[in-house]
Design a binder for this molecule. Sequence first.
Ligand code: BG6
Length: 474
Amino acid sequence: MEDAPKLDPSILVIFGITGDLAKRKILPSLYHLCKENLLPDQTKIIGISRKHVKNQEIIDTIHECISEGGNICDPKVLDRLNKWLSMFKLDPLDDQDYESLSDHLHKIETDSGQCLDRLFYLSIPPQVYGQIIERLGSHGLNKSCRHNKAGTRLLVEKPFGFDVATAQQLIENTEKVFSEEQIFRIDHYLAKETAQNILKFRRHNPVFTNQWNGKQIKRIHVIAKERIGIENRVGFYEQVGALRDLVQSHLLQLLSLTAMEIPKEINSDEVHAAKHEFIKNLIPPSPGVGISKQVLRGQYDTYKDEVNNPHSNIETFVSLVLQSKDPNWEGCIFQLTTGKSLDEKQTLIQVSFGDEDPNVLSFRIQPNEGIDVDLLIEQPGFTHNLHRVKMNFSYNQNLGDSHYAYERVLVDAIRGDKMLFATKLEVMSSWHLLQPILDFWQQGGEDLEIYSTGSKGPSTKRLEHTFSDKLNKS
Ligand code: BG6
């Protein structure tokens, strides 16, 4: 976002503005965008909530979030946001409320003397997407303003469905109302600074570009460790678990950026096509190899008490290994690991060149965004011992502060750039890949390992040898 984009004025309609996601990500991002003058002054934000909520409550929330990190919250920015914001009470099942919303939007546009792009942001549990989307359609809110002179977009948060069947259903139902062009499926990990850099890095550094295959790269491991637990999202997490929450979306998307074929042109259509092709080529874990040999799941020790369900077998940790049928990737293992309530917050992608004593190239997605590569050198002195050293690049030290991922999500949605959003084909191929695991877990299984809160999580050592027979033969 270094070269500030010129954005058309738009109306951002946020369903679930009082929710956890709005508080943690969306509102602080709006604050920063406003502070950096990236949004035009005619911007309007409509906060949708089931209850009567005053503007001031939302402004106080923003103040709290920004101040939490020790930052000074600028009152002028809050004033400006307050002018843009209007709260709107809506019962998602009440048709009359959608009519009133439509009138409200129309009035805003009449007052501002122009049609504005409209963005409906569903920051609500995915179970209620269907009923809202249907009503947006039946009240004409999927269309542009009454003069048909602006765009309308739908922004949805992951997970998009809970498995193959529900995702397919959600896609079909949504398509009845909004075209694929209008739908922006958010995956905020794609908007993180280092994630955006992966493709460019791969393309423009021939020292790596020419080695990017299974002959040289033996493992690509995408890791997303979190220190936080489920943070009161009991209802959500008990239905979702780590595989659906992070693997199906964030981790598979990061893996695709790392291993997909680099398209000739880096534009939205080509990047999406290449990502889809990569995910499609991953081999779903099969009972043949033994799903429990390819996947391990864990749960932190205080989870059952936290969700008040002594029988819960929802995973808060998962690690899995996969292979691809793409001949370019023969010999490489892809590993995805994520967990909550662990010892640290860290998201990184490790690309290991070579089998024994590999050189590991790491994309550090967060915190301390950057790239490093470890190398073996001879230790100075009289011995011939080898020593592992790191060559390190950090964004903050070298290129200035990086932006919040949600700032990028909002800016791209407003300007209609779909590069960093997931397509329905990517979503469906991810669910197809993971469905055998969901089925396996659904049938029971005693494979849930309990780990201590604040620890490193279950050992993933046993996954290291899963494909070793096959690899030795290749
Ligand atoms: C969300 C998940 O998509 O990503 C949360 O639903 C998770 O469970 C969050 O905590 C992590 O995002 P970030 O940007 O803080 O790493």
